[in-house]
Design a protein around this ligand. Sequence first.
Ligand code: IPM
Ligand code: MN
Length: 359
Amino acid sequence: MSGYEIAVVPGDGTGPEVVGEALKVLGAAAEAFGFDFETSNLDLGGERYLRTKETLTGADLEKLRQCDAILFGAIGHPDVKPGILEQEILLRLRRELDQYINLRPVKLHPGVHSPLSDVSPDEVDMVVVRENSEGLYTGRGSFTAKGSPFEVAIQESVNTAFGVERCIRFAFEYTTVTGRSEVTLCGKTNVLTYAWDLWQRVFDTVSQEYPEIDTAYAHVDAACLWMVEDPGRFDVIVTDNMFGDIITDLGAAIQGGLGIASGANVNPNGVSMFEPIGGTAPGFEGTGKINPLAAIGSAAMMLDILGETIAAKAIEDAVGQVAGSLPSLRAGEMGASTSEVGDMVVDRMMSSAEVATAK
Ligand code: IPM
Ligand code: MN
């Protein structure tokens, strides 16, 4: 029996509620599939910041470095200036723990309503591999003559050969091990002629090591159009931090909304962090109305990366089935409460073929 140390960061807003459901499902999966885990909670987020002015301390980081994985809810607080918690907790964690990949699957489950009216579920099944440590997210830039009519604000996109290569290589490895067939580079080579020149060159070089995998290129604007008009053309998309941020919200929309959009901040050689991409959902906290499926799906991604692949698959399938059975995936419109949806996932998982075989 393997035991895992899971650090839990419930965070702010609806984070604690959705993480609670993810832990409920993990607990049931542990029993059904014969693995063990222990959790320790870290109270990162807005409440602690308002109380202590602390965001992420050295001691927090030390604890997080020692665990096997991190389950993250959401951060953001109405009384804290936007940017502080995002920069000093979420983005800092991604960077300090060298989680250089943000993996975001975009899958439309049968029965789920997509705003794309004539799309079928098998057309929406792609994975975005978003670079998670560089680009426009490094905080580099400057103001000149701030506040004057001559002000110049510069925000720099940092792209290193090292960072770009490890991201692209991850995308090709991921495509290989998951049995997918194509990697699309999503960029803007026609305008951003330094950054995307580097990305394109590295992509061309690395792709030669994977002759069995098809390659494609899409400018990010065209990629947005095609994700809506012809999502079936995408399999694995690799892109930079900013474009990845944007296209994964679009991806979330076409798969039924943020209620089902899971993600993983991956350090393939270290501690990874699993988070629903939806945020704190202000106004819904404590109402029992928020959709926990994205958080539960993120927990399944965690099990997959920890090597509990059968349990991961069972949860993922259960999430898909429950999603398809709900009238809507939107908070307050699910026809069931947050914890009822968590129970439904446990029930489906327990009646899955995987559980029958595990017994
Ligand atoms: C995300 C979020 C974050 C990002 C914010 C909260 C800093 O939008 O995880 O997609 O931009 O990466
Ligand atoms: Mn985002």
